[in-house]
Design a protein around this ligand. Structure first.
Ligand code: CMC
Length: 431
């Protein structure tokens, strides 16, 4: 940890404690409360972790007020413009942009691992055909620990490395298989002559009966979606992966836990929920009705794709995503796409509404990603699986960082207990 720069004095009851303050390389100072319970006999109380830094990390930095996102120091818009997904994966995993030789080696290692164990095909067939692809992915990724026994020893750096490369390589194959299975089409094996994004598109949309030439503009758009979702600091699913990993669980089990957490509509499931909402709104005339519902405290409805725990300014990923949506719909000759039309009108209406302005609710990454995926031909049920495969590298990078940290402890929060105090058992006849 960085040097102590100041001290906070905490006085309560008859006690006064001196708590060290550290200044990180960027972001707010942190007050170190690790000895608070031992020295003061009290807990901190922060459900939802709105004021809690749960770890040290050097991977991703977000300035929510400035609307800035940096991976290893590099701004996301520069990466989205100039880099590509596997290069960003390398950056997240190893800390620096690769040289040409390092990139070639890394791409080769990932590409060699794109196929899944053939017996996994049988495993897929155990699921109901109409299973949501996220349900299938939680199961299949968890089951990777039953198929790849030679990369489960987390104390061996080489096994950690192999498990990492395996997951980055196989998640697109698994997501595509979950989709193909749900629509009753045969699985499409990976084609290692293609780049990562093109290969994924082909595994989703090709059929054995026909050629599937991958459109380079769609492949570039898919690559950008992957890049923009690659990591996002200590969000709910990443914290889930870290917490699962803190017990020493194997990396496949940890990433399966991350996928389960991502599925929720407040997190990765928002892209599916957002497109379904835009389709339900249907025409710009109905926007005031939906905005009124979002503002009504007695109505649980929220504008999906709006708001963020950390960003209180434009989500920088949403800007790039909006530009990509324009490009893709233009290419597909669908610039008058009704969903895009509703999305743009909704964004304008919300950004002019005092409720959204005062609460600093801006469009987030999920607002425009669904429109692109929809235009590419993905059903809404595949939106969150695409997010999951993009985020896998983030989960693994954060997990590797944690396992490599010698001060790492099992994550074990405490609670404010509000239940009954001790009472004696009563026999069933006397209750
Ligand atoms: N529509 C209407 N009101 C909202 C919205 C919204 N989308 N988001 C927040 N608010 C209101 C909320 O009702 C609350 O009002 P009040 O102060 O009067 O009680 C206030 O804004 C603060 O909201 P919060 O729920 O306390 O904020 P949070 O940081 O706990 O939640 C969020 C963040 C992303 C879960 C939330 O904004 C939300 O539910 N958004 C819609 C779902 C969504 O788009 N999620 C994707 C997030 S980005 C990708 C990812 O992380 O996976």
């Amino acid at each position: 940890m960085t040097e102590q720069t100041a001290t906070a004095t905490l006085s309560f009851h008859d006690k006064t404690l001196e708590l060290p303050i550290y200044s990180p390389t960027a972001g707010p100072d942190v007050i170190d409360i690790r000895r608070l319970y031992a020295d003061g006999g009290v807990f901190t109380y922060d459900p939802g972790f709105t004021s809690t830094a749960s770890c040290d990390s050097t991977i991703t930095y977000i300035d929510g007020d400035a609307g800035e996102l940096l991976h290893r120091g590099y701004p996301i818009d520069q990466l989205a413009e100039n880099s590509h997904y596997l290069e960003v994966c390398y950056l997240l995993l190893y800390g620096e942009l690769p040289t040409a030789g390092q990139l070639e080696d890394f791409e080769g290692r990932v590409t060699r691992h794109t196929m899944v164990h053939e017996q996994m095909h049988n495993f897929f067939r155990g699921f109901r055909r109409d299973a949501h692809p996220m349900a299938t992915m939680v199961g299949v990724v968890g089951a990777m620990s039953a198929f790849y026994h030679d990369s489960l020893d987390i104390s061996d750096p080489m096994q950690r490395e192999i498990a990492s490369v395996r997951m980055i390589a196989k998640l697109p194959t698994i997501a595509a298989m979950a989709y193909k299975y749900s629509i009753g089409q045969p699985f499409v094996y990976p084609d290692n002559t293609l780049d990562y994004a093109s290969n994924f598109l082909r595994m989703c949309f090709a059929v054995p009966a026909e050629d599937y030439p991958v459109n380079p503009i769609l492949s570039r758009a898919m690559d950008r979606i992957l890049m923009l979702h690659a990591d996002h600091e200590q969000n709910a699913s990443t914290s889930t992966v870290r917490l699962a990993g803190s017990s020493g669980a194997n990396p496949f089990a940890c990433v399966a836990a991350g996928i389960a957490c991502l599925w929720g509509p407040a997190h990765g499931g928002a892209n599916q929920a957002c497109l379904e909402m835009l389709k339900e709104i249907g025409t710009p005339e109905r926007i005031p009705e939906f905005i009124a519902r979002a503002k009504d405290r007695d109505d649980p409805f929220r504008l999906m794709g709006f708001g963020h725990r950390v960003y209180k300014n434009f989500d920088p990923r949403a800007r790039v995503m909006k530009q990509s949506a324009d490009e893709v719909l233009d290419l597909l000759g669908a610039e008058n796409n009704p969903v895009l039309h509703v999305a743009k009108a909704l964004e304008t209406a919300a950004l002019a509404d005092p409720y959204f302005v005062e609460k600093k609710l801006y469009p987030n990454v999920d607002f425009y990603s669904g429109i692109i995926l929809d235009a590419m031909g993905f059903p809404t049920s595949m939106f969150t699986p695409v997010f999951a495969l993009s985020r896998t590298v983030g989960w693994i990078s954060q997990w590797k960082e944690m396992i490599g940290d010698t001060r790492q402890k099992i994550g074990r929060p405490r609670q404010r207990y509000e239940g009954e105090t001790r009472r004696d058992y009563v026999d069933v006849e006397s209750r």
